[in-house]
Design a protein around this ligand. Structure first.
Ligand code: GAR
Length: 214
């Protein structure tokens, strides 16, 4: 028998971690304010940069927002763990967060840290190549400047992936992903901007998927 009951989801108190403009944080705020993420709320925004515009976005929407200096990783991670526990965070969303966490930090939040990465990452996160929808085999661009890496490699398709964070950088299992074609005349900025347009719905979808995962 079919019912009209909505799919069960778990509640999600989100911490969103940013290092820069925070347009993906904004996408989450907009989705929450337009009821696209029932059961979710942003309880904390953290930036490792004092002047990150993401902090301003959070404050405009009256969200708790903190600058956490990141000079000594072990100390900063300890402070972050305390904050995440204090705010009873269920899911940590890395939305343009440009710092690498230690394995010790990650192990404290199994399947509770997701990262938005501006390139295509395979389903299980591993491997050096990815087969795109048109059958072409492209390298997996991990780490910094993924859009630049795609342009330099001369590939025709790149994209963005939301994946679980594991100790190996940009190599955790995928939650969702979308391709972005590379166009003639693309510069790094133009490509990065088109990737971001896709990411603004991808990050919302990722939180929805996470909430539906038992
Ligand atoms: C996004 O494109 C995200 O994929 C990327 O930073 C941008 C942040 O944009 N993340 C990484 O490169 C992580 N290695 P935003 O600050 O406007 O949301």
């Amino acid at each position: 028998m079919q019912t009209d009951r909505p799919e069960a989801t778990k509640p999600a108190r989100l911490a969103v971690l940013v290092s820069g403009s925070g347009s993906n944080l904004q996408a989450l705020i907009d989705a929450l304010e337009s009821q696209q993420l029932p059961g979710a709320q942003i309880v904390l925004v953290v930036s490792n940069k004092a002047d990150a515009y993401g902090l301003q976005r959070a404050l405009k929407h009256r969200l708790p927002a903190l600058y956490l200096p990141w000079k000594q990783r072990a100390q900063s991670e300890q402070q972050l763990v305390a904050l995440l526990r204090l705010f009873e965070v269920d899911l940590i969303v890395l939305a343009g967060w440009m710092r690498i966490f230690s394995a010790e930090f990650i192990e404290q939040f199994p399947r509770r840290i997701i990262n938005l990465h501006p390139a295509l990452i395979p389903d299980d996160g591993s491997g050096a190549t990815f087969t795109s929808s048109d059958g072409s085999i492209i390298p997996v661009f991990r780490g910094m400047h993924a859009a630049r890496q795609a342009l330099e490699a001369g590939v025709k398709i790149t994209g963005s992936t939301v994946h679980y964070v594991t100790p190996e950088v940009d190599a955790g299992p995928m939650l969702c992903r979308q391709e972005v074609p590379i166009l003639t005349g693309d510069t790094e900025d133009k490509l990065q901007e088109r990737i971001k347009q896709v990411e603004h719905s991808l990050i919302v979808e990722a939180v929805q998927l996470w909430m539906r995962t038992a």
